[in-house]
Design a protein around this ligand. Structure first.
Ligand code: BGP
Length: 488
């Protein structure tokens, strides 16, 4: 078994989950500073009326409990304020990535570190320099950065005072931010992703039994449209700045199967792929809305504000590569679900042929091959798996070692399936495992849900030394990379 030469092996993180330093270096607060675990808990706001009589929202602040250094708001702590402090440990962390032999490192740029409120005309110099230093450090080890421009972390100001992504003006603010990234880091970065898991906005609206209203759909589709246009504008600008830039979309890839052979389930499954997966990929990779889009909008009485100019932008701003995260598959059914899987983030009908992680995520390596082959057939663009990993409890032995055989096994199975897809003709150019260093969970805000090859001594209460150590999987992944995927 072998992978193409030049295959981009590496790991992935996001600023809001590793960086910390949330109020350092001139950084402004971001939405993710108040919504880590936001999918389960809402931030608490106070409402107020400003001097012009305009209503606004303000976060309720609470002091830190004794001994903890994670900030606490209304009794709920936001661990990503400090996260695993990549902000101060980046040299040490990058040296560890280099030791594993990483060819690439996927990371994101915190928007509010460059534009604290999102509305400024000029970027915050200290923020710009921070990422320049990180990229220079990666260059030292010949590690190619793969940079996500938006990873859920819209500046809080834009959410509180500008109405967030429902407001068309966000396109302009985002484009300014993206242009700064493309210009400042020209020569240091080649691979870019415009929006992380852009499809979540619609896919999770009614997946697994959530009931969304027509208004929820109206807003979600309009938000997505603004993000599509922002992405397409950024792609055009990026290519004008440097024609060699490889700019990709990033889709939350959940392989969907029908739960039964009832034609109703088969149809539901087909429509589920369209709504959850293809809707975004088609716009970003083909440059136009799929024929089924009108059906999806009509289902919920959605009327979008789309201009002629938008359509031109979408057509001109198609991506160079399709990237996605892959953690699990799910079952689609029109029947009542008796045997339900529960877990954070995602829950649904249990697939009796699969096993599940401690957090209820279906472990399905073959589902990765399925996804790769379906998507390659549809777009014929280079593909990258930019997230894949196992959130698990790790036990630190008395001598400090961590025997995470379950994680090694998980990766081994997924790499075997990727290789089969390549043998079947799929142009897969890279693989970055999620949370190559332990980080704060996006879904729950926990530290104990660990993904890393590198362990970080930090717990859910924000207590720990932040010391880094190598798990068994660290040595294993090093061997995999050194053998270009042959030695598993
Ligand atoms: C994806 C996100 C990541 C990451 C991952 C794992 O949806 O892009 O940010 O966190 O899922 O999810 P969790 O952190 O909830 O385990």
């Amino acid at each position: 078994m072998s992978f193409p030469s030049g295959f981009l092996w590496g790991g992935a993180t996001a600023a809001n989950q590793v960086e910390g330093g949330w109020n350092e270096g001139g950084r402004g607060p971001a939405l993710t500073d108040v919504t880590t675990g936001g999918s389960v808990k809402e931030p608490r706001y106070e409402t107020y009326i400003d001097k012009d009589g305009k209503p606004g929202k303000k976060l309720q602040k609470q002091p830190l409990p004794d001994g903890a250094h994670y900030a606490v708001l209304d009794g709920y702590h936001y661990p990503n304020h400090e996260a695993v402090d990549f902000y101060h440990h980046y040299k040490e962390d990058i040296a560890l990535f280099a030791e594993m032999g990483f060819k690439t490192y996927r990371m994101s740029i915190s928007w509010s570190r460059l534009y604290p409120k999102g509305i400024e005309k000029e970027p915050n110099k200290e923020g710009v320099e921070f990422y320049r230093n990180v990229f220079m450090e990666l260059k030292k080890y010949n590690i190619e950065p793969l940079v996500t421009i938006w990873h859920f972390d819209t500046p809080l100001y834009l959410e509180e005072h500008e109405g967030g992504w429902l407001n068309r003006d966000l396109i302009e603010y985002y484009v300014r931010f993206a242009t700064t990234c493309f210009t400042e880091y020209n020569g240091l970065v080649k691979y870019w992703l415009t929006f992380n898991e852009i499809n979540n906005t619609v896919m999770f609206l009614d997946m697994f039994g959530n009931k969304a209203t027509d208004e929820d759909y109206q807003n979600a589709y309009q938000i997505l449209h603004h993000q599509f246009v922002a992405s397409a504008k950024a792609v055009q600008i990026g290519h004008a700045i440097n024609p060699d830039y490889m700019i990709g979309c990033m889709i939350c890839g959940i392989t969907r199967y029908p739960a039964t052979c009832d034609p109703n389930d088969i149809l539901a499954n087909r429509y589920g792929w369209e709504k959850g997966i293809f809707y975004c990929g088609d716009v970003q990779a083909k440059g136009y809305y799929g024929t089924y889009a009108k059906r999806l909008w009509d289902e919920h009485n959605v009327h979008l504000n789309i201009t002629e100019e938008d359509l031109v932008d979408l057509e001109r701003g198609t991506v160079d590569m399709y990237t996605f995260s892959y953690y699990m598959s799910s079952l689609e059914t029109t029947h009542e679900v008796k045997d339900k899987v529960s877990g954070n983030f995602v829950a649904g009908a249990r697939n009796e042929y699969l096993t599940y992680s401690d957090w209820g995520w279906a472990l399905d390596p073959k589902g990765l091959r399925y996804y790769l082959e379906v998507i390659y057939d549809r777009y014929e663009l280079p593909l990258m798996v930019v997230e894949n990993g196992l959130g698990a409890y790790d036990k630190v032995e008395e001598d400090g070692s961590i025997h995470d055989e379950y994680r090694i096994d998980y990766y081994r199975q997924h790499i075997i399936e990727m290789n089969k897809a390549i043998e079947h003709g799929v142009d897969l150019i890279g693989y970055t495992t999620w949370g190559c260093i332990d980080l704060v969970s996006a879904g729950t805000g926990e530290m104990r849900k660990r993904y890393g090859f590198i362990y970080v001594d930090m717990d859910d209460e924000g207590k720990g030394s932040m010391a880094r150590s190598r798990k068994d999987s660290f040595y294993w992944y090093k061997k995999v990379i050194a053998s270009n995927g042959a030695d598993l």
